[in-house]
Design a protein around this ligand. Sequence first.
Ligand code: 6PG
Length: 482
Amino acid sequence: MSAKANIGVVGLAVMGSNLARNLASREGNTVAVYNRSYARTEQLITEHPEARFIASETIDDFVASLAKPRTAIIMVQAGAGTDAVISQLAERFEPGDIIVDGGNALFTDTLRREAAISPTGIHFVGAGISGGEEGALKGPSIMPGGSAESYKTLGPILSSIAAVAEGEPCVTHVGTDGAGHFVKMIHNGIEYADMQLIAEAYDLLRNIGGFSPAEIADIFTEWNKGELESYLIEITAEVLKQVDAKTGKPLVDVILDEAGSKGTGVWTVQTSLNLGVPVSGIAEAVFARSLSSQRAQRDAANNLPAETFPFEVPNKEAFVEEVRLALYASKIVAYAQGFDAIRAGAKEYNWNIDLGAVSKIWRGGCIIRAQFLNRIAEAYGKDANLLSLLLDGYFTDAVAKSLGAWRRVVAGASLAGYPIPAFASSLSYYDGLRAERLPASVVQGQRDFFGAHTYKRVDMPGTFHTLWSGDRTEIEAEPSTH
Ligand code: 6PG
C-alpha cells in the first residue's frame, strides 16, 4: 500500500460519513475509513468514487493505512460503543498517535478516558462537533480538547473542514483533556434555552397575538434580519411555514407537543448545579421538555382552574415588537449563564478556556450560530474577565431597551395563563442579580433556627447563631459543618 492517510474516521453512519466526505474534499487530506460492518464502508466508497478514501475491512488494515502520527476520529454512538473502539485503537496505536472522540460524550467520561490513555503516550482528544449532519458535511463548529501537542497535528486538519465565520475557521483548541466536550455540552444547554425561548415567543404570538403559523414564520423571517439573526430563528420560520401534506393543516399543529431529548441539556444543568452556577434559562428549557412529556399528568390537569385575565393587544405590531424584545433579553441571560458555567468549569477542572475564542467558533457551523456571537466575542475581547455578559456595555444597553417590554410580556402572559418558564425565569434571574438585598437573609434565619447552620451579619465580621430555643441571645459561632 503506497499512499497513507493523514486522517482516519471510524464509524460511518451519516455523521461519520459526512465528516469523512468533508475531510476528503479538502486539499491535502487522504482519509482512511472503517466501519464495523464493511457494507457501510463499501456504500460510502461506491457512492463517492472521486473521494480520496482508503477503505479497510479490518481495524488492523485501517491502522496500517494511517501515516504517523496516526490520527483517527471516532464517530460512533456515545457510551460503550465508543469505549470499544477506543480500546481497539489504543491496542494498536503507538506513542504520539492521536485518538479523537467526535461524539457527544459526557465530559467526565472524556476525563476518565484521557487519564487512562495519555500515560501510554497516545493522545486522547474529546472533540465536540456541532452542526448536525449538514454541518459535518459542509463545515461544523469544532471544539477539541486534549493536549496542546495533539493540536499541532489535529488543528490544521480540523481547520480544513470547519465552518468559516468572519474569515476565521470555527475551531480552536478549547483546553486540555475534557474541555472540548465540556464546552460542547454547554453549547447544547444554550441550544435548549434558545429553542425554548423561540418556542415561547411563538406561543405568545399564536395565542395572544392571534397570528397563524405562516404569519409567525414571516415575523421570524423579519426578526432574522436584525439582532436575533440566527440559525434557530431561520429554521423555526421554515418549520412554521410547513403545511402537512396529509391534512392540509400547519405541520406544527399536527406535531405531538411532547419534546424529546438525547440528554446533553440535562448534563448541562446537572453539571452547573454542581458548579453552583444558576443556569435558570437552560434549566427551565430542560424542565419544559420534561413537563411536555408528562402526558398522564397533563391530561388529568387539563381542567384545573385557570382564572385568567385577558392580555389586551390593541396594537398587534407593538405586541410583536414587545415579544421580540423579551426574547432578545431572555436570550442574553441564557448566554450569560452559559458562559458563566464555562468559566466555573474551567476553574474547577483547571482549564485555560478563552471565552472570546469559544464565542468566535460558535459564530458559524453550530446549531446556535448567530450574528449575536460577534457581540459576545467583542465583549470578552474588551474584558476577558468580564464578571457577567450582562455587565458588558452593549448587553447592558440591550437589556435596558428591552426591560419594559420584557416585564409587560411576562406579566401579561402570566395573567393570560400562558406558560413562559424561560422568559419568566430569565427576568427573575436578572432582577435577582441586580437586587440590592435578596430574601436569602430570611433563608439564613430559617436555617439557623431549625439547623443552627449559623449566619453572617452585614455590619460586622464573624459567624453567628441565635439561641432560638433559649433566651434568643446571639452568640458568635463556628461555621456549621453538619
Ligand atoms: C449539535 C446538536 C446535536 C444534538 C442533537 C440532539 O450541536 O449538532 O446539539 O449534538 O445533541 O441534535 O439534541 P437533543 O438533546 O435535543 O435531542
